[in-house]
Design a protein around this ligand. Structure first.
Ligand SMILES: [Zn+2]
Length: 181
């Protein structure tokens, strides 16, 4: 069985210190439940210390999620970083002809096929973790959803708005007073 999203890290594992870096763009086609409006885009870097495989990266995408309160669809930009470590067993083949380094698969669901990373499985997991728990179209539980009033007042600015309005009014009055009649 082969998967298109497998990233072969055998070279990295057999040569500790050697780095692999790949750019990745995916729509996560195996995840029909995820409503991506932009492909997931970013990069993955991998390096082995000999006993640990370190995988880092940065990704971003845009998704549609329902508002937790009014259930309007929300477009949200999601960004996340990857900073994962996996145990490695065996001696890298660059150091011995008797053995080779292998990723220890101890995840609750498979992320590796032998020494290849299942990129989409990892990205799916990281993306779900990066989702806001309670997305709100107003951005805060203190501010109502704009469903009935057209537009919500931005967070914390109600008083500021009144202040600004008062200042404007004062200015206008001053301007009127200064007008020569
Ligand atoms: Zn809402």
């Amino acid at each position: 069985m082969t998967r298109e999203d497998l990233l072969d890290l055998n070279d990295v594992l057999q040569y500790p210190g050697r780095q692999a870096a790949v750019d990745v763009t995916t729509e996560l086609p195996d995840e029909p439940d995820l409503d991506l409006i932009e492909p997931l885009q970013g990069f993955i870097e991998a390096v082995s210390t000999g006993s640990m495989l370190l995988i880092t990266g940065e990704f971003k995408t845009k998704v549609v999620l329902p508002c937790s309160r009014c259930h309007e669809d929300l477009e949200l930009e999601i960004k996340f970083e990857i900073d994962e470590q996996f145990s490695v067993e065996g001696v890298p083949s660059s150091l011995t002809s008797q053995d080779y380094a292998r990723v220890v698969a101890d995840e609750p669901y498979p992320l590796f096929q032998e020494n290849s990373l299942m990129v989409e499985a990892l990205l799916r997991q990281m993306l779900l973790l990066a989702f806001p728990l309670q997305p709100l179209c107003s951005g805060s539980w203190d501010i109502p959803c704009p469903t009935d009033s057209g537009r919500a007042v931005p967070a914390g600015s109600l008083r500021d708005n009144f202040g600004a309005l008062a200042a404007l009014r004062q200015k206008a009055e001053l301007a009127q007073e200064e007008k020569p009649e």
